[in-house]
Write a protein that binds this ligand. Structure first.
Ligand SMILES: [Fe+2]
Length: 559
């Protein structure tokens, strides 16, 4: 069975597509990487085309096309119910959205028309997969667990905000749902907005800012999160009588203006928001284990990218094993949607243990050479690209590292990365000022040889996807200061020789030169842009930034 999975819902974010043959994912990419529009929400035409091209499959050969959202009318129905019961405020904006969703829901087919408009007729069956089911499948089916509790946490599906599922022997059962608007994602997003950032996009910045704050800000009037289930004060956070910002302002003062200086008050609010999210997630994890009896926990949904909370769940001892799907946000829901037909057609879901996320496009040396020639770049070919890169890093150079298949999900994992020397305490500032042009407080992450993880970290020693935070061992904090956060934490990627051989080789060579088996790794992009996908993107980013060298395929370009 050849299946195409799609994440697309008008007016949201992170459209994407993947293609699977007999349940095995061949290729996956977010539309933003190809369109170069961050969080692109349009129908993922370029991503679908890339999937079909990679698999050598014509549109008419597809068996199923599965989209990870229900009809618009499912939203409209849920929101209407909430308005009638006063769970959602009756505002003009809410009524307009409801009207738009009702009309769109009536007009919209299962996506066949939209697909065929771009790709021609196909015999494929079209499925709409409930958004949380798609997230849940995307976590359980790739976790490698036979028996696992699955928590989905995000802004919302049609009616869900948080849901618990139980995967057993290839079957997935729904346990409970906390309906929208009781949404942890919404809670975090509203405070992200209050702190001067973009909601549903910049939550990382709040998480990064939190360790600089101090306890003391009381959020009790917005959320209660000691016990299961957490309770969001919807009246305050969805603006029943006045706007949400006005409600938060009444408690903590005016919102921070975008790009303005960060004050102590902002840091303290970030601390309190992150702390509340962590407590709510710990209570959810406790409940998930109690209800399912499984100590293997899978997480998906945008809130599951809260690496600090994930690290605390793992370190708490509540679970034995934790799998966070690396593309936990909506782009990754296509990985689950494409498997949904197996729930009804076959005895069990296909399942895999995901160990790397390199599911995107790749370029040959010939293609790279052609691009370098087009831009008349003086590139040197090397027979040991990993060693060449390690030598540059050990000399303090900041490099763009473009190798193999692009990662799926928000993290660069050694395929489209900017790398630097983690031993230099000034490196965070250097990379921030010269390359990323991003906020001073956002931490950079270490990539560590898997075999050395225990020597450097107190927990999360198996962390291939950078979705868990761990504490760096106190005696090692001065060894890798550029990747150790203010509170002694780091968001590590542990690199295994067999799953990521070239990147492993680079770090190994760096270790031979410096006795430190760690490099600083951040995504290869400029602030506000998607991660580079093609050699042209890489060259453009290289020359638009303070990168010292570009190591691309077998070629090295030095400024
Ligand atoms: Fe979602």
């Amino acid at each position: 069975m050849i299946g195409l999975g799609i994440n697309y819902f008008a007016n949201t974010h992170d459209s994407s597509a993947c293609i699977a043959r007999d349940g095995q994912i061949l290729f996956a990419v977010a539309e933003e990487r190809l369109s170069r529009v961050k969080h692109d929400a349009r129908f993922p035409v370029q991503a679908i085309r890339a999937c079909l091209d990679f698999a050598g499959v014509a549109p008419e050969e597809l068996d199923v096309v599965c989209r990870s959202w229900p009809r618009h009318s499912a939203f409209a129905y849920h929101d209407l119910k909430c308005m009638l019961t006063r769970k959602l405020p009756v505002t003009s904006a809410g009524i307009l959205t409801l009207a738009r969703d009702s009309i769109a829901g009536t007009l919209q087919q299962r996506g066949r028309k939209l697909f065929e408009r771009h790709f021609g007729a196909t015999r494929a069956e079209f499925h709409l997969v409930d958004h949380h089911l798609a997230h849940a499948l995307s976590a359980y089916a790739y976790s490698g667990f036979d028996d696992g509790a699955v928590l989905v946490l995000d802004g919302r599906g049609a009616h869900e905000a948080t849901s618990l599922w139980h995967g057993r022997a290839g079957h997935l059962d729904h346990v409970w749902t906390i309906p929208f608007p009781q949404s942890l994602g919404l809670f975090y997003a509203q405070f992200t907005h209050y702190l001067g950032f973009t909601p549903f996009a910049d939550e990382w910045k709040v998480m990064g800012l939190a360790p600089y704050g101090e306890p003391g800000v009381n959020l009790d009037s917005f959320i209660s999160c000691e016990d299961f289930p957490y309770r969001i004060a919807v009246r305050e956070l969805l603006g029943h009588s006045r706007s949400t910002l006005a409600n938060i302002t009444a408690r903590f003062g005016p919102p921070r203006a975008a790009e303005s200086e960060i004050r102590m008050r902002d840091k303290n609010v970030a601390y309190a928001v992150q702390d509340a999210c962590e407590r709510a997630m710990l209570a959810l994890a406790r409940e998930a284990v109690a209800r399912t009896g499984s100590r293997n926990l899978c997480l998906a949904g945008g809130v599951a990218l809260n690496s600090k909370a994930n690290g605390k769940i793992l370190a708490s001892g509540l679970v034995d094993n934790l799998f966070v799907q690396p593309a936990a946000s909506d782009d990754g829901a296509c990985l689950g949607a494409v498997l949904a037909p197996y729930l009804t057609r076959y005895a069990a879901l296909p399942r895999f243990k995901m160990r790397d996320a390199a599911l995107g496009g790749e370029y040959s040396n010939a293609e790279i050479e052609k691009t370098l020639a087009t831009y008349k770049l003086n590139a040197k070919r090397t027979d040991d690209v990993a060693r060449s890169a390690a030598c540059l890093l050990a000399r303090g150079k900041i490099i763009g590292w473009f190798q193999g298949r692009m990662e799926f999900g928000p993290r660069a994992l050694g395929h489209r990365s900017i790398l630097a020397d983690p031993r230099d305490p000034k490196m965070t500032e250097r990379v921030n000022n010269a390359v990323k042009f991003r906020e001073w407080w956002r931490p950079f992450a270490p990539s560590i040889l898997a075999e050395a993880a225990n020597e450097f970290l107190e927990s999360a020693t198996d962390s291939p996807f950078m979705v868990l935070t761990a504490q760096v061992r106190p005696e090692k904090r001065a060894v890798i200061p550029a990747v150790t956060h203010a509170d002694g934490s780091a968001r590590p990627q542990t690199v295994e020789r067999d799953t990521n051989p070239l990147y492993w080789h680079l770090i190994h060579e760096f270790d031979k030169l410096t006795n430190v088996p760690v490099v600083m790794n951040t995504s290869f992009n400029l602030r506000g842009e998607p991660i580079v996908a093609s050699p042209t993107d890489a060259v453009r980013t290289f020359f638009s930034s303070g990168l010292d060298a570009l190591v691309i395929g077998d070629f090295v370009v030095v400024k």
